[in-house]
Write a protein that binds this ligand. Structure first.
Ligand code: SF4
Length: 189
C-alpha cells in the first residue's frame, strides 16, 4: 500500500517516531543550526522527497528552516535551484532518487558535515548517546554496538528499528525510505 503524502505540520512528530538515525540526526542539526552543508541537504532532501514531500512543501520547509540565517532573497538565489534540481525541475531534469544505505555508508563526511550513517561515522560514545535519546534500552544498545564493531551497520540499524518499534524487521534495513515506510506501516496499523 502506498502511504498518503506527508504534510509539513506533521513532520516533527514523524521525524521523532519514524526517521532512521541518519535522517533524525540531519533533521535535528538543521533545526539546531538552521543550516546544513551540501551533502546533508542532498541526503535529507531526497529522503523527504522519497517520503512524498511535494516540491512546494520542500521549498517552504527549507526556506523556513534556513530563514533566521539566510534571507529569502539569498535563499531563492542559492538554494531553491538545487531543491528544484533534486525534483527534476532544473538542469538535466533528472528525477533524482533518494540515497540507499550502501551509498550513505560509503560517503565520507568531512568536518562540519552531518550526513553519512551514524552507525558508521559516529564515535561509539556519540552513537551510544544518540541511541539512548531514541529510547533504545541498555541491552539493545549493547547489541547494536556489537554489530557496529563488526562493521554490520545495516544490521545495527535493523536492531535499532526493532528496539524502537517493538516489532521484528525480518527483511533488514537497506534504505532509509524503507525504514520510514516500514515504521509507518507498524505505527499506522
Ligand atoms: Fe540510515 Fe541506512 Fe545508516 Fe540506517 S543503516 S542510519 S537507514 S544509512
Amino acid at each position: 500500500t502506498k502511504h498518503t503524502d506527508i504534510s509539513l505540520k506533521d513532520i516533527d512528530q514523524i521525524a521523532k517516531s519514524s526517521f532512521p538515525l541518519c535522517m533524525h540526526h540531519l533533521f535535528g542539526k538543521l533545526r539546531e543550526d538552521h543550516h546544513l552543508k551540501h551533502g546533508g541537504r542532498m541526503q535529507l532532501g531526497l529522503f523527504l522527497k522519497g517520503m512524498g514531500l511535494k516540491l512546494d512543501d520542500a521549498l517552504a520547509f527549507w526556506k523556513a528552516e534556513f530563514s533566521p540565517k539566510v534571507v529569502a532573497e539569498r535563499f531563492d538565489k542559492e538554494y531553491a535551484y538545487s531543491i528544484r534540481h533534486n525534483y527534476g525541475k532544473e538542469g538535466k531534469r533528472t528525477d533524482y532518487t533518494p540515497y540507499s544505505c550502501q551509498k550513505i555508508i560509503s560517503s565520507t563526511p568531512g568536518v562540519g558535515d552531518h550526513h553519512g550513517c551514524p552507525y558508521r561515522h559516529f564515535s561509539e560514545e556519540n552513537l551510544r548517546a544518540a541511541l539512548t535519546r531514541m529510547g533504545v534500552g541498555n541491552q539493545a544498545v549493547e547489541d547494536v554496538l556489537g554489530k557496529v564493531r563488526n562493521r554490520h551497520y545495516q544490521l545495527a540499524c535493523t536492531l535499532t528499528f526493532e528496539a524502537v518499534h517493538g516489532s521484528s524487521c525480518d527483511a533488514g534495513i537497506n534504505h532509509p525510505n524503507q525504514y520510514y515506510n516500514d515504521s509507518r506501516k507498524i505505527l499506522e496499523s
